[in-house]
Design a protein around this ligand. Sequence first.
Ligand code: PLP
Length: 403
Amino acid sequence: MESERIHFPILSETVNGKPLIYFDNAATTQKPKCVVDKIIDGYYRQNANIHRGVHFLSRAATEAHEDARRQVQQFINAGSACEIIFTRGTTEAINLLASTYTDAFFHDEAEVIISVMEHHSNIVPWQLQSERKRIKLRAVPVTAAGELDMAAYRSLFSERTRLVSLAHVSNVMGTVNNVREIIEIAHAHNVPVLLDGAQAVPHIKVDVQELDVDFYAFSSHKIYGPTGMGVLYGKETLLEQLPPYQGGGEMIASVSIEKTSYNELPFKFEAGTPDFIGSTAFAEALRYVNSIGHERIAAHEAELLRYATGQLLALGGVRIIGESKNKAATLSFLLDNIHPYDAGMLLDSYGIAVRTGHHCAQPLMQAFGIDGTIRASFALYNTKDEIDTFIKTLATVKKMLNP
Ligand code: PLP
């Protein structure tokens, strides 16, 4: 959206003498000025450690941090602010859940259903836990179009299935999974569901109560907020049954040398000083998204994806990885027999930032029999003019690398 570009100072930078075209939004989004200002303002005017202080600044910082939690709660429509656990990001959220859920609920051999399209951060945490307890990962395969094979998903449930942990949106292909159906099927087996929403929340309005999802993880930096912040949402009844993740300050009710009793939710899971400036900037990013409106953002991004896909196919020699009808604004592809890394380097020399490689999804690469892709991922500030320049530059790249 042209009118919003002014909010993002970095977009007027040049790279290699060319105007920056930033198509690496699935990795991280750029930040609007209001978010950066919130960080600066926080350190200049509101910096004091939270929760324990009686003095003015500490109370103000505490209020801002807990306000941010309520903002997140509203953003995903959680039933209570105590269901919002601040983490460092999606990765920490999933690790937190993998560790505590394993402790609480995996006794005999447990099976966890994941999928071939998962980001490594929804695979490795479960593998780490399998070094402590007997856990078998069962992966839903993907179809040629890059969708979850739902018949296979149904067939993976057994009496040992303890959790389903799946991406809401694929970071490589943009596939929007049918999470409603995924959750219904899991719940019919009495199995809770964790959704990795890292790539969903920036593009789709998520309502955790309407979805009836049990746990939901996402990162601030992928939705115009600061890095080092994220969320694990969990249903209160389930979170109550989980043990703490880390020990330290904040997460305790009382401590003696012999014994500790733990704080209430959500503080039980938030040991140590949190990023209380980051949380307020994160909340500002969510307010910013609200001020533009999810529908407007989704419509704009869908049009960018439609346009870019058409233009790309018209270029010829393109293989798109992920052709689901229901995609978020992420476009992965291969160009002739050009190595994605070479294409990425050349695009960079023209000021265009895309991501190349396996995108932390090596099992998906293996499923498609490829090493990596070129990935262009769009955000609310991208434009069709940028896509035109991108396609023209790709034509040049094609000529240079594949004469
Ligand atoms: N899950 C998905 C689907 C992602 O795309 C990413 C990051 O790219 C992550 C998890 C990890 O997010 P973070 O690095 O913010 O913890």
